[in-house]
Design a protein around this ligand. Sequence first.
Ligand SMILES: CC(C)(COP(=O)(O)OP(=O)(O)OC[C@H]1O[C@@H](n2cnc3c(N)ncnc32)[C@H](O)[C@@H]1OP(=O)(O)O)[C@@H](O)C(=O)NCCC(=O)NCCS
Length: 175
Amino acid sequence: MTPLTPLYNPPISLPKLHVRPNAELLVRRAHVRDVPRLYEIINYYAARGDMLPKTMDQLYSRVRSLNVAVADGEVVGCAGLHITWADLAEVVSVAVHPDVQGKGLGRHLVEPLIEEARELGIPTIFALTLQVGFFSHMGFREIPKIHLPHKIWQDCKTCFKQELCDEIAMIREVG
Ligand SMILES: CC(C)(COP(=O)(O)OP(=O)(O)OC[C@H]1O[C@@H](n2cnc3c(N)ncnc32)[C@H](O)[C@@H]1OP(=O)(O)O)[C@@H](O)C(=O)NCCC(=O)NCCS
């Protein structure tokens, strides 16, 4: 059995990637073996205030809803879709390693989630984010947070930001 890892111990830096500039990119379902790497990437950004932290426990329990981007065998990014209700799903944990940002990886991670929502018959997806520019490019638009249903605030109960929440709600119709 793997020794227990502390629940939240954010990395302050990420190991350098060994990915060739022209390496082929693959987006696939996350495996449980990817979780330590996802923990590193997500919590690296969380420590900088860019996104919410995740514990190993949360990542293992949500691994089935996460996709990863892989280049030269290394996990370089992630994103997931959580179904909220019959008509709504949330795009979560979108993160791309800093060494490979700005190359279309974020788009490659989010587009399959839009397609997945469409296949599931979910008409609207949303994100709670500080990355308004990125999500605008992905076809999302800002809405007042209060327009989202109560159910989505479940996670807020355990979030350290509470009423100081600075995340912006953005939605996109799936069509
Ligand atoms: C946000 C993030 C995932 C974007 O990933 P990326 O691989 O750099 O993004 P892409 O290269 O796929 O960009 C896709 C589009 O968004 C635009 N874009 C990306 N980041 C942007 C930004 N900060 N501001 C404005 N536009 C942005 C790109 O110009 C591109 O536009 P185009 O395809 O219409 O030309 C990445 O910056 C990241 O991991 N940030 C830290 C973690 C984070 O904040 N995640 C969001 C949590 S909700």
